[in-house]
Design a protein around this ligand. Structure first.
Ligand code: ADE
Ligand code: ZN
Length: 339
């Protein structure tokens, strides 16, 4: 790949729409928080921990990801975690980010919902002031738990509507179809939350249909398995439903065996509204620019492809039309100076 394309990727302003804040917990910070909070980690060193980042599927990753999150206890921890991510995002010229958090992972350990939300939001506010990064917060329901638990989590969120723009669905996909969460998504929508869901990561294209038709989601997270279903592709294109794709995640979780086989370029060529994101950057080998760089190299993407992906990231966001216009202008200005 040319140095010019690398520079283009690094310097073009972009939005990130698929980022689990708990998945941005770097080993150094994990060990520091464990020490501070008196939480035991079963690995003796950062190297030993990183040696375990060798996953054969989504579940193997999730097991480690949930254990890692055990070190997060206080509002300050959630603030520090979020601030560390924002600094990385800023280095990558991310000017708008929509981040996920998994409250159930923490509330079951006795952490207060307020501590989680207030810590994250305070960092997002400081990120806006200090780094000019705009942001939204999306609360995910864990799909391996039941709908009752999701409902209780939604109850908590009702007091924080001013801070949480939407709800999503994540965790173990296979065996936990979107249809399991029809009622909670219907209620969330009635309460004014926007909606997204992970679907078609490891699960089949049928789960993407369910997320669209039963949960009424506005975006699909991952959605790479949609490529198996021609009728689904036509529908996603027709409705311009965004798919927040995460190439390095797909590689590390063996959704694809080689980035050269990644469907991103085929998806672009079919006019699907695809975006590039980092998912859980601390665990998968890189933040958003690394995802663009590696997938661009593997699939021979051009500047024009990158520009489409970057524009898609703003189009697919939960920003207002006016805010989108402001970011499109920024992108176009940067594009002209980088050509
Ligand atoms: N939680 C964090 N990362 C996830 C992923 N890639 N898929 C499902 N749930 C997740
Ligand atoms: Zn994800």
């Amino acid at each position: 790949m040319t140095e010019e394309l690398k520079r283009y990727i690094r310097l073009i302003p972009k939005a990130e729409l698929h980022l689990h804040i708990e998945g941005s917990l770097e080993p150094e910070l994990m060990f520091a928080m464990a020490k501070k909070n008196g939480v035991k980690i079963k690995y003796n060193s950062i190297e030993e921990l990183q040696a375990a980042y060798n996953f054969n599927n989504l579940q193997e990753f999730l097991n480690l990801y949930y254990t890692g999150a055990d070190v997060l206890l206080t509002e300050e921890d959630f603030y520090d975690l979020t601030m560390a991510y924002l600094k990385k995002a800023h280095e990558d010229n991310v000017v708008h980010t929509e981040i996920f958090f998994d409250p159930q992972t923490h509330t079951v350990r006795g952490v207060k919902f307020e501590s989680i939300v207030n810590g994250i939001i305070r960092a997002l506010e400081d990120g806006e002031k200090e780094m000019n990064i705009s942001s939204h917060l999306i609360m995910c329901f864990l799909r391996h738990l039941d709908e009752k638990s999701a409902m209780k989590t939604l109850d908590y969120a009702l007091d924080h509507k001013d801070k949480i723009i939407g709800v999503g669905l994540d965790s173990s996909e296979l065996g936990n179809p979107p249809s399991k969460f029809t009622n909670v998504f219907e209620r969330a929508q009635k309460e004014g939350f926007l909606t997204v869901a992970h679907a078609g990561e490891e699960g089949p294209a049928a789960y993407v249909w369910e997320a669209m038709d039963l949960l009424n989601v506005m975006r699909i997270d991952h959605g790479v398995r949609s490529i198996d279903d021609k009728k689904l592709i036509d529908e996603l294109v027709k409705r311009q439903i965004p798919l927040t794709v995460c190439p390095l995640s797909n590689l590390r979780l063996k959704v694809v065996s080689d980035l050269k086989d990644h469907p991103l370029k085929r998806m672009l060529d079919k006019n699907l509204m695809v975006t590039v994101n980092s998912d859980d950057p601390s665990y998968f080998g890189g933040y958003v620019n690394q995802n663009y760089l590696e997938v661009a190299h593997a699939l021979n993407l051009t500047k024009d492809d990158i520009l489409i992906l970057v524009k898609n990231s703003f189009t697919s966001s939960f920003l207002s039309e006016k805010e989108k216009k402001r970011f499109f202008d920024k992108v176009e200005l940067a594009d002209r100076s980088l050509r």
